[in-house]
Each structure stands twice: as C-alpha cells, then as structure tokens.
Design a protein around this ligand. Structure first.
Ligand code: GDG
Length: 445
C-alpha cells in the first residue's frame, strides 16, 4: 500500500469547490491526491485575531483538508511582507523591488514554526511530506526540530536566481540551510537547478546540492483540449467569436503581476499598430488579467500603469467599429478561458521571468491541430527551452514583441502546424501527472 501523502502549501483548495475553481497547484496535484490517502495542510485563506494552534479538518473520503487561520499580524509580516514583498521579487531577479524588514522575516519564520507545530501531531510514521513554494522554505527544518523523521520533499514553483543575486537577500544563508532539511529539492528547470546547486555549495551545503533536481510542472493536456473543444458550443464563446467579426485574436492571460511583463507587452502591441499598419483593424487583442495581491502597493501602481496603457492604445487607434485592446481585470471561468484560447490566432505570453508558465502550455493544448495558432513566448519563461515551435522574444523589447506578433499574424497554415507539432511533446509529455509521479518517485527513494 502506498504511504499517505501530506501536501503542505500556503493555500489549500477549498473542499467545497471540488476542483471547480482550483488553481494551478491543485490541478497539478489532482492525480497524486486521487491515487492514495492524502492530506492537504496549510493556510485557510482567512485571518483571525491570532494564528490558530490546531487546524480545522474536513474529511472527504481518503482526502483530509487541514487548515489554519492566520493571525492578522502574521498575515502582514509573513504573507504580504517577507513572502510577497521580498522573496517573490528576489526569486524573479527583481532585487530593486524587494522591501526587506527584519520584523517581516521574523514573522515569516514564526508562521513556518507555527505551521510545523500544528502539523506534527497529525503526522504518522510512514507519511511522505511534500512542501510547496517560497512561503515555506523553513517549514521542513521546523518539522525536524520537532523530531519528525518522515521523508520530506520541497518544490519551488518560481525561478531560483544565480547566487550572486540571491546572496544580496538578508538571511540568504539561513534560508539555504533550511532547504538542506529536505530529502528531495525540486525546481522547474535545469537552469534553476544549476543556480540552486551553486548557491547551496557557496554556503557549504554541498551535500544538499546533490538532492536538487528539475521536475518541470505541466497540465492535463487532454482534459484542457476537451474543455476547449466543448467550449466552442458555449454561448459565451459563440458571442465572443461573433464580436470579433472575423478579426484575428491575440490573447494573453496572466495574474496582474509585475513579473508578467504586461506594460512591455502593451507597448509591444502599440508598436505593432504603429509600425505594421496592415494589422490595424485586422487584429483584436484580449488581455485577461485578474487582480491578485491587490493590497500590496506595487500591484496597485502596476494596475494604474496598465489602465493608462489601455486607454492610450484604444484612444489612439480605435475605430468606431474596432477596439484594438480589450482589457479585463476580472477573472474568467476556466472553460470560457479554454474556449477563448482555442479561438486565438496568437497566444501572447511574455513574462519577464516565470518558473514555468502554465498558460503557455494551456494555449498549445487548446489549439485545433489542423489550424493552430502561434505561441509568442518569453525566452525567460521556464517553458521556453521545451517549446521549439514558439516564437521566442525578449519580453523587455517592445519592438521585438511587435515583430513577432506581425510574423505570427501573417504566418501561413503549414508553418503554424509544424510549429504547433514541435511544441506538442512539451505539453503532452511533461504533464501534471509526469511531474507529480517523478517527484514522488524521487521522494519515495
Ligand atoms: C506559479 C509560477 C508556475 C489565470 N487567469 C485566470 C485563470 N488563470 C490560470 C491560468 C493558469 C494559472 O492561472 C496561472 O498559472 P501560471 O503558471 O501561468 O502562473 P502563476 O500563477 O504565476 O504560477 C509559474 C506555476 O506556479 C505552477 O508551478 O508555472 O511559473 O509563477 O492555469 O489559466 N484561471 C481562470 N480565470 C482567470 O481569469 N479560471
């Protein structure tokens, strides 16, 4: 019988949703959780006066959800502070955006210790503990301090930068020593693995460096394709298609985040309209950008910047019967999104840095193999090395984005088919299932 799997993550899916609004992590782990007894452990998403000591548990068959409310001060220091305002920018190579405060770091460690103290009594001897992402670097070491000897794995969903950059982070050494508590240390790409090994070696954790490996995260491509095909008969998709009146659709989907390269992408589209004038009136760009982390200052100013870009592009180029850019900051339901991706002649995915980027894989999965669209992809997305059929761009260069957009919009069908086929293996083979199975195989030793 397989051992029980305990998944530890900052956010735990809501059991009431039953997968309906699941985020990337829940989707990627769906298989692993379906095949054995499992527990999801982490933050409930709610705040309270003080952080709860004992988790609330919901049992659904062989799956248990155990979640803790965070104290308000803990939420500010751990989540908004150290995780989102320091680790997130630093790990995405944006040191200049990091706002380090000693108190936030202390709060971050305290929440990790509180999580470990709440989980430890629930653990059984043969459990496999799989901890996710940058919120929880110290978690494994805290469990070890409490005497837990279970096998523990850690997976970092975001990039890991070269040590020369990471070492500028106050307490970098302590965070690397935290990682040494895990038996398997997973990252998205070989570049991330090389950077993390280099960092561990630089701080005298050479033994832990040998436990680092790349496990590229993926999606369930067949399921996404079915969703996209079925969406074609949905009323939302049909109305949207009619509204395009035959114009080619360019589509972007990203959380509203400064790592996603959105101002540069809007500038690139503006350059397309300015320089490649035949596209005026012939292409429509839909950007779906649900607001995330809206209570962090940098995200508010990014939102203002994008509002200005959208207003400027539409003000300058719109015709009475053509809006060049349709920009939404509300989320769209997953099936509707899949249908829109299916209709798009171009998938425009230009993060400045990204661990993997699942939207790139979803876009490829959603296409009609006989008449597919073209993926325009940042060379700094983790997905880039595995997508030989994409038009790779430097996401900082609006002119290069414009040139690739023009090439994609005028590309003949044969070349689109050949490029789509070249991207296919990365999407169908490096799947969510392959990711969780290979990580768990390593963790089981
Ligand atoms: C992190 C890493 C890594 C987006 N808007 C809507 C919506 N989405 C969905 C997408 C996709 C997911 O959210 C986003 O995943 P990404 O991978 O693109 O990016 P992050 O959220 O930054 O994820 C990343 C990932 O973890 C997994 O390891 O790939 O590099 O940064 O599935 O489709 N879904 C719905 N409505 C929206 O408006 N329903």
């Amino acid at each position: 019988m397989s051992s029980r799997l305990v998944i530890v993550a900052n956010r735990v899916p809501n059991p009431k949703d039953r997968g309906a609004t699941a985020g990337g992590l829940a989707v990627a782990l769906h298989d692993a959780v379906a095949q054995r007894e499992a527990m999801w452990f982490g933050w409930s998403g709610q705040t309270a006066e003080a952080t709860a000591e004992r988790p609330a548990e919901v049992v659904q068959g062989r799956l248990t959800y155990a979640t803790l409310d965070l104290g308000r001060e803990a939420y500010t220091r751990y989540y908004q502070g150290f995780a989102n305002a320091v680790l997130w920018p630093t790990l995405h190579y944006r040191l200049g955006l990091a706002r380090f405060q000693r108190e936030d770091y202390i709060g971050y460690r305290a929440v990790n210790a509180a999580f470990a103290a709440a989980l430890a009594p629930l653990l059984r001897p043969g459990d496999l503990v799989w901890t996710h992402d940058f919120h929880l670097f110290p978690f494994g070491r805290e469990l070890r301090r409490l005497g837990c000897t279970q096998r523990q794995g850690f997976f970092l969903h975001v990039p890991f930068p070269p040590f020369g950059l990471f070492c500028a982070l106050p307490r970098a050494e302590e965070l690397l020593a935290d990682l040494a508590a895990y038996d398997v240390i997973g990252v998205q790409t070989e570049d991330d693995a090389a950077n993390l090994r280099g960092a561990l070696e630089a701080v005298g954790q050479g033994e832990a460096a040998r436990r680092v490996a790349a496990f590229p995260v993926g999606i369930d491509a067949d399921a996404f394709l079915r969703l996209a095909e079925r969406a074609l008969s949905r009323v939302e998709t049909r109305r949207f298609e009619q509204s395009l009146v035959g114009r080619a659709l360019v589509m972007g989907v990203d959380r509203l985040d400064y790592t996603k390269g959105l101002p540069q992408r809007f500038a690139g589209y503006a350059q397309l309209l300015a320089r490649f004038t035949t596209n005026r009136g012939r292409a429509t760009y839909l950007q779906v950008t649900p607001v995330s982390r809206g209570d962090v200052a940098q995200y508010r100013s990014l939102r203002r910047e994008l509002d200005e870009w959208a207003g400027r592009i539409n003000g300058q180029y719109a015709e009475p019967d053509w809006v060049p850019l349709r920009y939404m900051t509300r989320p769209v339901q997953r099936p509707v999104l899949a249908g829109f991706m299916r209709l798009a002649r171009v998938g425009l995915v230009t993060p400045l840095r990204d661990g993997m980027n699942l939207v790139a894989k979803e876009y490829v999965a959603a296409q009609n193999p006989a008449d597919p669209g073209v993926l325009v992809l940042s060379r700094f997305a983790g997905a880039a090395p595995s997508m030989p059929g994409a038009l790779l761009v430097n996401p900082l260069d609006p002119d290069e984005i414009a040139e690739s957009l023009d090439a994609a919009l005028s590309m003949p069908r044969e070349e689109r088919v050949a490029r789509w086929q070249a991207n296919r293996p990365a999407v169908w083979e490096a799947s969510a299932r392959a990711w969780s199975q290979s990580f768990l195989a390593a963790l089981e030793g």
